[in-house]
Ligand binder design. Sequence first.
Ligand code: SAM
Length: 287
Amino acid sequence: MINPGTLYIVATPIGNLEDISRRAVEVLQQVDCIYAEDTRHSSRLFQHCGITTRTVSVHEHNESERVAGVIGHLSSGGTAALVSDAGTPLISDPGYRLVSACHAEGITVSPLPGPCALVAALSVSGLPTDRFVYVGFLPAKEAAREQALKALAHEASTLVFYESRHRIKPWMNSALTIFGADRPVTVARELTKTFETICHGTLASVNDWLLQDEQQQKGEFVIVVGGAVSDTATDEVQLVRVLELLLPELSVKKAASIAATMTGLGRNRAYEVALTLKNAKNPDNDT
Ligand code: SAM
């Protein structure tokens, strides 16, 4: 049973076609139109499930142009579904502009949950799942990629990345450089497909495994990295060292701000320590 004037966001399999839900098939059979990222790619799934609904392409390059037509169709009581090539639409896939335009026009958008590579990988990673940051794809260029990883180096939450076969080796090199050899990691490759492989270890051991077998460098990857473990005692020692260097040159506020960024400790804590050090050196100074 589908509702008029509604856009359904339908998750499709990330490999194994049997992973489509029964309700997803029903909705895809009943809507007037399916907007698909690549109509030819989706036709394999549609044939497998007996879906003969009209399909229209909506992808990264034409999404903005399609919005008005989709809104017109739904505003007049039509029904439609959005699918991507694999998994949940909008997760590193097109659809954001369409969904936000529907909200702006008061059109109902309803999710049909299902496969999503990041959730599948996280569920088998053995890493904490109570807090995670979904990063998706990193920039292709090495300098930008390492810059993005540096910004995450102190993040305590589990980190989830997507990567393709073309960049898995450089990705591992950059992660080793920025996160170090000992960070725990799970590489989930070709999930739900014939050659599914899930490898747990440290960045160093998983990188060795990857390099030893070219087969393991092929396919689609989710990389789940354990968050930074903060050793507060070491961080505090580091904070004092940095402040001792900066305080003779800078104001307490400026030195604290730089030291907080360098150590990953909070600004308030850095300011407190900076003030204590300044006052210890100069007891008559009350600021
Ligand atoms: N919307 C999708 C989802 O819900 O996961 C993601 C689409 S994104 C364009 C494609 C990326 O997702 C791949 O490069 C890979 O990183 C990841 N991915 C998709 N299917 C996968 C699978 N079967 N195994 C591992 N990673 C997969």
